[in-house]
Design a protein around this ligand. Structure first.
Ligand code: NAD
Ligand code: UDP
Length: 323
């Protein structure tokens, strides 16, 4: 039985990856310090003999007994309000955390896949963003702690690949959504759906002309799985190129939820990227991958998930951004 370590395994994406690797017959070890994750996301796996959970901060030395075939490094705060609240931990998990994972991988002779992000392109001047684009990041701006940690993480991973010959994979993930997102993580989709369910107005930042391209989680997981098993070591964008303005997105959520509330405009956060859309030519050519789930379909599933949550979850005050 192949053995995989998934850091950030109790988070939104990490928990879906745990499910996928269990389904593929792996022994899965999820490691998480629960700083933004939740055991609820993986509690259905606890009874399985081929699943283990380690409560551990991956920025500290990692010890895992036994063999490992793969390490997926997904531990990191991912939403702007999270990484602004815990900027130093964000920088540490992207630097010390990946260093620990790479060191462990050398000892175990394991292949490493890291969760990078479209944020390495910053506020992009090239549109859509191909992997060759080097990005436009403000290192000392509010998002710098996340963007630069991820850029460092890519550089460190590539150095282990070229210097030590370690097998590595880099996925640049574009905005992904689906069940198990935290309702109060401040990202636009849980923010809008949560507001609609609570009967509040939807808080659009700026005039809503900025764009994003939203990928459903099952599509992302498929792309990651294929990339891991491929022999391609350079970064690959995984995302859905179906681009939409935040204003149109808000209108879609209003229609989907049937709420009487309206979109209201709040100040645009500093350095908020104006446009974002993945060029997925590489994923198509190298992995034979493209997204299958339309936004209409994915939003419906995600809305049903949020609707099914207990009321106290729903009415936990949404976090507010301070930038
Ligand atoms: P999430 O916050 O739900 O999951 C992150 C998990 O990492 C949490 O369970 C958290 O407790 C854990 N974690 C954080 N620091 C840790 C540490 N030092 N030690 C151990 N565990 C730690 O976020 P997510 O959306 O699931 O994101 C997962 C990964 O994917 C992140 O690396 C993120 O940067 C990347 N990513 C996500 C998206 C997206 O749209 N969801 C886009 C780009 C990149
Ligand atoms: N956004 C918004 N209202 C919110 C939360 C976010 O208008 O309540 C906007 C935000 O300014 C950004 C887009 O939605 O332009 C996506 O934000 P999110 O935090 O989801 O992801 P990221 O900016 O990291 O892509």
């Amino acid at each position: 039985m192949k053995r995989v370590l998934i850091t950030g395994g109790a988070g939104f994406l990490g928990s879906h990856l745990c499910d996928r690797f269990i389904k593929e017959g792996f022994h899965v070890i999820a490691m998480d310090n629960l700083i933004t994750g939740d055991l609820k996301n993986i509690e259905h796996l606890f009874k399985l003999p081929n699943f283990e959970f380690y409560h551990h901060d991956v920025s500290k030395f990692i010890h895992v007994p036994g063999e490992l075939d793969y390490i997926l490094h997904f531990a990191s705060p991912a939403s702007p309000i999270d990484y602004l609240k815990i900027p130093i931990q964000t920088l540490k998990v992207g630097s010390l955390g990946i260093h620990n994972c790479l060191g462990l991988a050398r000892v175990k002779n394991a292949r490493v896949l890291i969760a990078s992000t479209s944020e390495v392109y910053g506020d992009p001047n090239v549109h859509p963003q191909p992997e060759e684009y080097w990005g436009n990041v403000n290192p000392v701006g509010p998002r710098g702690v996340y963007d630069e940690a991820k850029r460092f993480q890519e550089a460190m991973t590539m150095a282990y690949h070229t210097y030590h010959g370690l097998e590595t994979r880099i996925v640049r993930i574009f905005n992904t959504y689906g069940p198990r997102m935290r309702l109060n993580d401040g990202r636009v989709l849980p923010a809008f759906i949560g507001q609609a369910l609570r009967g509040e107005d939807l808080t659009m930042f700026g005039d809503g002309s900025q764009t994003r391209s939203f990928c459903y989680v099952a599509d992302l997981v498929e792309g990651i799985y294929r990339l891991l098993l491929s022999d391609y070591a350079n970064p690959v964008n995984i995302g859905n190129p179906d681009e939409i303005t935040i204003k149109e997105f808000g209108e879609e959520i209003i229609k989907l939820t049937g709420t009487d509330q309206k979109l209201i405009s709040l100040p645009l956060p500093k350095d908020d990227p104006k446009q974002r859309k993945p060029d997925i030519t590489k994923a198509r050519e190298i992995l034979g991958w493209e997204p299958k789930v339309s936004r209409a379909e994915g939003l419906k599933i995600t809305y049903e998930y949020f609707k099914s949550l207990p009321n106290d979850e729903l009415f936990k005050m949404a976090n507010h951004r301070e930038f």
